[in-house]
Design a protein around this ligand. Sequence first.
Ligand code: UT7
Length: 323
Amino acid sequence: MIRQSIIRGVGAYLPERVLSNDELSRTVDTSDEWIRQRTGIARRHIAAPNETTTDLACEAAQRALEHAGVRAEDVDLVVLATTTPDNTFPATATRVQARLGITKGPAFDIQAVCTGFLYALTQADNMIRLGQADCALVIGAEIYSRILDWQDRGTCVLFGDGSGAVVLKAAENGADAGRGVMRTVLGADGRYYDSLYVDGGPATTQTAGHVRMQGQEVFKHAVDRMSRLVSKLLEEEGLSVADLDWVVPHQANIRIINKVGERLGVDKDKVVISLEEHANTSAATIPLAMDHAVQRQLFKPGDLVGLTAMGGGFTWGAALVRW
Ligand code: UT7
């Protein structure tokens, strides 16, 4: 049985505490001007000391469920994309499942760094297509503030904490014709492991470690991968860039986002940007940007939306969605 899956609801959450560029520049050698010009980031949100990835994930998930008009007990799959799980095991998704009162179906984490949400969406979509699930919570939630080296200006200014979620449901016969996740693509090339990684972990240092990155290397690959993936999916669907209503790119750097738009040949006003408010929240940026668009009622039924991301690994992915 092949069934289309439909995004029924979107939700997001940013922790209360805001850390501005100016405030950061008092503890590390940087400036508001440099950060804004080079990245497009104005501020980031930082989780409270007692807040966990489960807390962030549940906030976004509850908002997505409300938006979808779906009860938690009807969810039969939880897929959580995160690089900052509460504990090494079990999966943070199982804590989210229990907290929300979900008792049916599997719950698992996906680790694909900034591509995590698209890896998670693809798994959930595939399971719905195969009839293995009917109603999935797909979540991206991260607390990068706990794995940043706050002395390294090359990385600490770029990231923030946050979460976003969607409710993905099997299409209903007839009414939903043509809508939903149309096509997804994922990839990875582990030869680039050292270009963006965390220098710790349970099997190496037994500590969580800190983010290390060769910024320019990542930048180059991000522009190339993220634009090519959307073109590839359009081509496979027999569509062109002119058919695209919206692009939701991973929110890491405004210059990457602008270059992806230019390469694709889409108008600037078709590219969803929420980066300024929350910085790079890794697996959470795509649902955060989708929520930004939904709150502003940008997506209309029938709109063609392209999602695209690239991250550590390297990993990459994209999806075409008929809203
Ligand atoms: O989701 C995937 C994860 N990561 C990314 O997507 C990030 C991809 N990379 C980038 O966004 C950019 O490469 C960065 C924002 C990280 C850096 O921007 P850049 O234009 O590539 O700068 P750069 O690394 O070439 O550095 C230029 C200068 C250097 O100084 P010198 O050598 O020219 O004197 C850096 O030391 O800027 C300096 N610099 C800073 N200055 C003030 C680097 N970080 C900072 C900082 N504040 N925070």
